[in-house]
Write a protein that binds this ligand. Structure first.
Ligand code: PLP
Length: 466
C-alpha cells in the first residue's frame, strides 16, 4: 500500500510539472530510437553502447564530459543528403561542428563545405579537402579572411554587404583573380521549428533585402565588377525547420529576383542556393523529415517557380549543418550531485548536476532549446521522476536538459547521456569559469578514436601571458 502511494505521488508530481509535450515513459530506461544515432543501443544491463563500445568503459578511458560521435551515422547522414539531392550541390555547414576528420568524412561522402571565418577555412585547408568545393560565408569577413579565401581558391564567396563587394572586387583585382560570388539575400521569410513567418522583419544583420531593393542593386554591383564572377543568389531562412513551406515562399521570392535580374541584364545566373536549416529531433516532440522527402518537395517548388517565371532551373545547392552533425553525437556526463527541490503545491523537481554545463552546450540557455537525456550506465527499476539536468557553472540558467524523466534513484557517479549533441555544442563551447572544453571522440566498429583532445587547465593558463 505504502509503496503504491509513494509511486502514485511521484507520478502525480512528475506529470503535474512536466511540459505538455513530455509524456510519462512506460519504461524510463528505454531509448527513443529517433533521438539517437543508428549504432546506439542499451545492453542487457541497461548500459548505453555505441557501435559496440560500452559508454561506462568509454567514460573510464576518456573521462567526462565527452562528446561521442557515431562515425558511421554521420557519414550515412551526409551520404543520404548527397543521394537525395543528386544533381544539386550539398555543402556541409561547418559551423555546426568542424574538425579535420569531419571535413574529410563529409568530403569523402561527396559534400562540399561551408565555412564562415578564417579559422574554419584553416581547418578545411588542414584537412586537405577540395577547396574549390568550399564556400566562404560571413557578414563581416576581414580583408585577411577574404585574401585567405581567394589565395586558397575557394569555390565561392557569399557576399553580404556593399562594403564587402567593394573590398572583394578591389582585392580580387589586386590578386589578379576573378572571384566567384553569390549574393546573400533576405527574403522576409523567417523559419523556426514548425512555424515560419513570411513577412519577417528584415531588421537583422544578414544579407540584402529583396523587398527593399538592395538585393537587386547588389546583384547589379557584382555583375558590373570585372573582378567578380556573379554565380547567383543565396538565401538561408533559419534553423530547425520541419516543413517545406518556408522554403517555398523563400524560393518563390529568390526566383522572382533571379528572373528580374535576367530580364534586366539578359543573363540568367547559373546557380541558386537555398541554405540550410533542416530540423532534427531533440525530444519526442520533434518529427524531422527524411532528406528524400525534403529533396522531392524542394525540387517541385523550384521547378514550378522557374516555369512560372519562364527561366531555366539554375544549378542548385543547399547547406545542411545540424541535420548531419547533430543526431550523430551524444554528450556523456557524470552525475556529481542530486537534489530534490521543493516547488509550490507540495511537488518537487530532481536537479541532477553533471560535470559539464553551459560551457559545453549553450543552446538551452541561449535559445531555450529542449533536450532529452537517459541514464547511461545501468538499468533502473525506480519509477520515473521529473528531472532537470544542470551543469556546474555559477549561473542559475546553467541548464542542459530542462525537463526529462529520469529514474528516481539517479545518483552521484551515474552517467547521463544527452542525444543530438553533435551540432552547435562543441562548436559553441566556451571556457566559462575556466572550464576546459571536452574532447570529441569518434566510435566506429568497436574502435574509439580521439578527434579533438580534451583541453586542459594548462592550455588555458598558457594563454595568460600577463
Ligand atoms: C547556419 C547556416 C547553415 C546551417 O544551418 P543548420 O541549421 O545547421 O542546417 C547553412 N547556411 C548558412 C548560411 C548558415 O548560416
Amino acid at each position: 500500500m505504502t509503496h503504491t502511494h509513494v509511486a502514485g505521488s511521484i507520478h502525480a508530481d512528475a506529470t503535474s510539472r512536466a511540459p505538455g509535450w513530455l509524456a510519462l515513459p512506460d519504461d524510463v530506461n528505454a531509448l527513443l530510437p529517433r533521438l539517437w544515432s543508428r549504432n546506439v543501443a542499451k545492453d542487457d544491463d541497461g548500459v548505453l553502447t555505441v557501435a559496440g563500445v560500452d559508454v561506462a568503459e568509454l567514460a573510464e578511458r576518456c573521462g567526462t564530459p565527452v562528446y561521442v560521435v557515431d562515425e558511421d551515422d554521420l557519414r550515412a547522414r551526409a551520404r543520404a543528403f548527397a543521394e537525395a539531392f543528386a544533381g544539386w550541390e550539398v555543402y556541409y555547414a561547418a559551423k555546426s561542428f568542424l574538425c579535420t576528420a569531419v571535413a574529410r568524412w563529409v568530403s569523402e561522402e561527396g559534400l562540399g563545405l561551408d565555412v564562415c571565418t578564417g579559422g574554419e577555412l584553416a581547418v578545411a585547408q588542414r584537412a586537405g579537402v577540395d577547396l574549390s568545393r568550399v564556400g566562404l560565408h560571413g557578414n563581416n569577413k576581414s580583408l585577411d579572411e577574404l585574401r585567405q579565401g581567394l589565395t586558397a581558391g575557394v569555390g565561392r564567396i557569399i557576399v553580404d554587404s556593399f562594403d564587402e563587394i567593394g573590398r572583394l572586387s578591389a582585392l580580387a583585382a589586386e590578386l589578379g583573380v576573378r572571384a566567384r560570388v553569390m549574393v546573400r539575400v533576405t527574403t522576409g521569410v523567417e523559419a523556426h521549428t514548425h512555424e515560419y513567418i513570411a513577412t519577417a522583419h528584415e531588421d537583422q544583420k544578414f544579407g540584402f533585402s529583396i523587398a527593399g531593393g538592395q538585393a537587386a542593386r547588389a546583384l547589379q554591383a557584382c555583375a558590373d565588377a570585372a573582378s567578380l564572377d556573379l554565380r547567383g543568389i543565396h538565401s538561408h531562412i533559419g534553423s530547425q525547420i520541419f516543413e517545406p513551406d518556408g522554403f517555398e515562399v523563400a524560393a518563390r521570392r529568390t526566383l522572382r529576383l533571379h528572373a528580374e535580374h535576367a530580364r534586366a541584364t539578359g543573363v540568367e545566373l547559373p546557380e541558386l542556393d537555398l541554405g540550410g536549416g533542416f530540423g532534427i529531433a531533440y525530444t519526442s516532440a520533434d518529427t524531422p523529415a527524411d532528406p528524400v522527402v525534403l529533396a522531392g518537395a524542394l525540387r517541385r517548388i523550384v521547378e514550378a517557380e522557374c516555369a512560372a517565371q519562364g527561366v531555366a532551373v539554375p544549378h542548385l545547392s543547399i547547406e545542411p549543418g545540424r541535420a548531419i552533425s547533430g543526431p550523430s553525437a551524444f554528450a556523456l556526463y557524470r552525475v556529481g550531485t542530486v537534489k530534490q527541490v521543493l516547488l509550490d503545491g507540495g511537488t518537487s523537481r530532481t536537479y541532477v548536476a553533471v560535470d559539464g554545463g553551459m560551457s559545453d552546450n549553450i543552446r538551452t540557455a541561449l535559445y531555450a532549446a529542449e533536450y532529452s537525456a537517459t541514464l547511461a550506465n545501468r538499468r533502473s527499476d525506480a519509477p520515473p521522476a521529473l528531472a532537470r539536468v544542470v551543469g556546474k557553472h555559477c549561473e542559475g540558467g546553467d541548464i542542459l536538459v530542462r525537463d526529462e524523466f529520469l529514474p528516481a534513484d539517479v545518483r552521484p557517479g551515474d552517467l547521463v547521456a544527452v542525444p543530438a549533441s553533435g551540432a552547435y555544442s562543441r562548436s559553441m563551447a566556451s571556457n566559462y569559469n575556466h572550464v576546459p572544453r571536452p574532447p570529441v571522440v569518434a566510435v566506429r566498429d568497436g574502435e574509439v578514436r580521439t578527434l579533438i583532445r580534451r583541453e586542459t587547465v594548462e592550455d588555458l593558463l598558457a594563454l595568460d601571458v600577463g
